[in-house]
Design a binder for this molecule. Structure first.
Ligand code: HEM
Length: 362
């Protein structure tokens, strides 16, 4: 039987100059955010600005989980209400014809237990992206991207498309030569596929009760499994992803499985470098819950306004049992409140953390 690495605070090691590097990254993001707000005359998220669906659903924790999986939020077979916000990664409103990473943010409501930070909330957020690793896996690497972060708002959709095309050509060449793709090329070369068929990952590690894990969500029901790898039509327009999501949920429900990949070897599955892919041979993704999303109006104006302008998702909206781990996660503790605070202030809207699903408009 696999033995898993027990959680201990000493698993985290501070990155050299971590506070200063985080400050620089947050300041660069803030400058980018200001440019985007001025362009749209509306405050947007500094990352994952564009939403494509806002869903109410249920997280059904499975019964009979073995003790290594029955941890934290997943300790008991319970059903929790959730809000899911689907997004794409840029901190700007790009055409959906540009292939960019997709986000799947889950807010679990009414979760009891001690908090990772003293926020008084009862939510547990899982922020997932459709790639298993983050190419810049430490705050040191992330800080090297500052110039890029700040120049992005000035780039046109066309420039971004050309970057994606270049990455796809480079990826094909490297594959032909039998060479591995660099993480950056792999990320930029991703095809523009249907968002509902993707598998989404926490990329970085978090505490999993007595253990440490990465979390992912994968299509479970046949209707979303059938969408894996289905390209977005070239003529489907600027808001193709929203149209696909709204159309799907106007008549269909979907199920995803939530999975935990437990750390079984701290050297080969590090918490301090999110660019390292945790090998599935050492520890598979194990299903712990089903995410059920019923048919609904996935993008009413009221929902869009609530999810985009009122809500905030953050890995630090968390139980202590799911404390985010590693320098990338620690840097997010400063980045998310900065972006959210600026957006709410610019728009003159109070941030609210929901206590119940009734707060999500129909
Ligand atoms: C492990 C890697 C990461 C993942 C999986 C991730 C995922 C996400 C997702 C899914 C969202 C959208 C949440 C929503 O729908 O509201 C988001 C937003 C955001 N991310 Fe990340 N992210 C990562 C790393 C980072 C890092 C390193 C930073 C900066 C240091 C960052 C800064 C932000 C900011 C500022 C927002 C907008 C927050 C707001 O205004 O509410 N992210 N991220």
């Amino acid at each position: 039987m696999t033995s898993y690495v027990p959680y201990h605070p000493d698993l985290e090691k501070p990155f050299p100059d971590e506070e200063e590097l985080t400050r620089q990254v947050v300041a660069a993001m803030q400058r980018a955010n200001e440019q985007v707000a001025a362009k749209h005359r509306h405050g947007l998220r500094d990352a994952h600005a564009k939403s494509h669906g806002v869903l109410a659903g249920e997280l059904r924790v499975h019964s009979g989980l073995p003790s290594h999986l029955a941890q934290g939020l997943f300790a008991e077979a319970r059903t929790y209400p959730v809000i899911v916000r689907l997004s794409t990664a840029p901190g700007d409103l790009r055409s959906d014809q540009v292939s960019v990473q997709r986000g799947f943010a889950i807010k679990v409501l009414g979760v009891p237990g001690p908090r990772a930070v003293d926020d008084g909330f009862t939510t547990q957020d899982f922020l997932l992206v459709n790639h298993p690793t983050l190419p810049v896996g430490t705050i040191g690497d992330y800080a090297k991207l500052q110039k890029l972060l700040e120049s992005q708002p000035g780039q046109s959709d066309q420039q971004l498309k050309v970057t994606g095309l270049g990455a796809r050509v480079a990826a094909r060449t490297l594959t032909r030569l039998g060479r591995p793709l660099t993480p950056a090329i792999e990320t930029l070369a991703a095809a523009n596929n249907h968002i509902l068929g993707e598998t989404f990952h926490s990329m970085a590690a978090l505490r999993y009760g007595d253990y440490v894990a990465k979390i992912s969500a994968a299509p479970r029901s046949d209707n979303v499994r059938a969408l894996t790898g289905v390209p977005v039509g070239r003529k489907a327009g600027e808001s193709a992803l929203r149209d696909l999501v709204a159309d799907f949920f106007s008549h269909d429900s979907a199920e995803y499985e939530l999975r935990a990949q437990l750390c079984a070897d701290i050297e080969k599955m590090p918490v301090e470098n999110a660019s390292v892919l945790w090998p599935e041979e050492l520890s598979p993704h194990q299903v712990v819950a089903t995410l059920y999303l019923p048919a609904q109006d996935a993008y009413s104006d009221a929902r869009r306004r609530y999810a985009d302008d009122v809500l905030s998702f953050s890995p630090w909206h968390a139980l202590e049992a799911h404390r985010p781990l590693g320098s990338i996660m620690r840097s997010r503790r400063a980045a998310y409140p900065q972006s959210s605070g600026y957006r709410h202030g610019y728009n003159g809207i109070n941030q609210q953390e929901p206590a119940g699903i009734d707060e999500l408009p129909a």
